[in-house]
Design a protein around this ligand. Structure first.
Ligand SMILES: [Zn+2]
Ligand SMILES: [Zn+2]
Length: 144
């Protein structure tokens, strides 16, 4: 996601209503977390960060909320590794760089915009995800 979203409860609530999602307290909390942290979290990350504030929250609720939000195209799922499912708010199209050392995922812009591409070699494109992997700025600094 490419930051500077207004993360007030009111705004997040409106966003859900706009997309046809009933804005329950837990759904608002999950989406708010995604918008605020901009860290491409996993189900576990969201759960661990929210459960101190919402003791009734379960991993299943977080998972179901994320599933619903991605069906409604509020958020997208990133499957950079088979085992590591992450979530991202949909606004501007952007690409991702994942650090192999610390596992952090960064938003990047490659500059070549292929987001409007509808087909390639006769195949119909429905989703485009570009994933780069390597060593992030921070880990490079720590190595030297
Ligand atoms: Zn992203
Ligand atoms: Zn790193």
């Amino acid at each position: 996601m490419v930051k500077n979203e207004n993360t007030s409860t009111e705004n997040v609530k409106n966003l859900l209503v706009e997309k046809g999602v009933k804005p329950s307290f837990q759904r608002i909390s999950v989406l708010k977390y995604l918008l605020r942290e901009n860290n491409h979290p996993s189900v576990d990350t969201i759960y661990k960060n929210l459960v101190p504030y919402i003791p009734t929250l379960s991993r299943t609720t977080v998972y179901n909320t994320l599933k619903l939000l991605s069906e409604k195209e509020v958020i997208s799922t990133l499957t950079i590794n088979d085992t590591d499912l992450r979530y991202d708010f949909i606004n501007e199209p952007h690409d991702h760089f994942q650090c192999k050392t610390c596992n952090a995922i960064f938003d990047v812009k490659v500059g070549v915009d292929i987001s409007g591409l509808k087909s390639i070699d006769g195949h119909q494109i429905q989703e485009i995800q570009l994933h780069m992997k390597g060593v992030c700025r921070q880990c490079l600094k720590e190595k030297n």
